[in-house]
Unconditional design. Structure first.
Length: 222
């Protein structure tokens, strides 16, 4: 006879909490749990194969990282990214990434190591419409640019946007898959500009790249 989840799990291990965090966060990122949806702890425990205690720990971490809101007497609710917040996220990204690209070109560093492999993997994911992998690699690409050029404080601030960056990227590419080729082309144009130390072109392409998304999402909402 099977044991209840809390009894079967015994004491809570860091790996159990980490597993719950990974599975729940990925489900939020790919849209399995919709924005505004309340998450049932018992159901989450069953779906991730652990007890409720590591699920609670995972939800606290997800709250700290702005995946969910913790609502008194109702539990965890998937955060809704509003149109205003989305606009602010992209404005913040533009400021940080512009600083990074400018510094990379000024110091003639070229593109970060491993960027070609990232772009190839992203293009392969896009070809089979694996949008979660596509979005995750998109975030990794941009994060690598920031870490290559910006200071540590800016890189840490940028990393804090990661959950919302990926969620918005998944939403954008799912609702507008025609954007895939444009995204891939602009990524390669940014890399080419970095390799030629052309800050003006790199920043111009970045500006086109980032300002298009909020405009696209507003069009989808109408």
């Amino acid at each position: 006879m099977s044991m209840p989840a809390d009894e079967a799990a015994g004491d809570v291990s860091p790996s159990a909490s980490a597993t719950a965090y990974r599975k729940i966060s990925e489900a939020i990122l790919v849209g399995t749990y919709a924005e505004g949806e309340f998450l049932d702890e018992s159901g989450l425990a069953r779906s991730v194969g652990t007890s409720r205690t590591p699920v609670r720990e995972a939800l606290r971490r997800l709250h700290a990282e702005r995946y969910v809101d913790l609502v008194p007497r109702r539990g965890a609710q998937v955060r809704v990214i509003t149109a205003t917040e989305m606009q602010e996220i992209y404005e913040t990204r533009l400021v940080i990434e512009t600083a990074a690209l400018t510094k990379i070109c000024r110091q003639r560093r070229g593109a970060p190591a491993g960027v070609e492999q990232t772009l190839e993997a992203m293009e392969e994911a896009g070809a089979v419409q694996d949008w979660f992998t596509f979005a995750r690699l998109d975030q990794h690409f941009h994060q690598s640019l920031v870490e290559h050029g910006a200071n540590r404080v800016l890189a840490d601030l940028y990393h804090a946007l990661r959950p919302r960056h990926i969620r918005l990227a998944v939403r954008t590419i799912t609702e507008g898959p025609h954007r895939r080729e444009t995204i891939e082309r602009e990524h390669r144009e940014i890399v080419a500009a970095l390799e030629s130390h052309d800050a003006a072109t790199a920043v111009d392409v970045l500006n086109q790249h980032l300002t298009a998304v909020p405009e696209l999402m507003r069009a989808f909402s109408h």
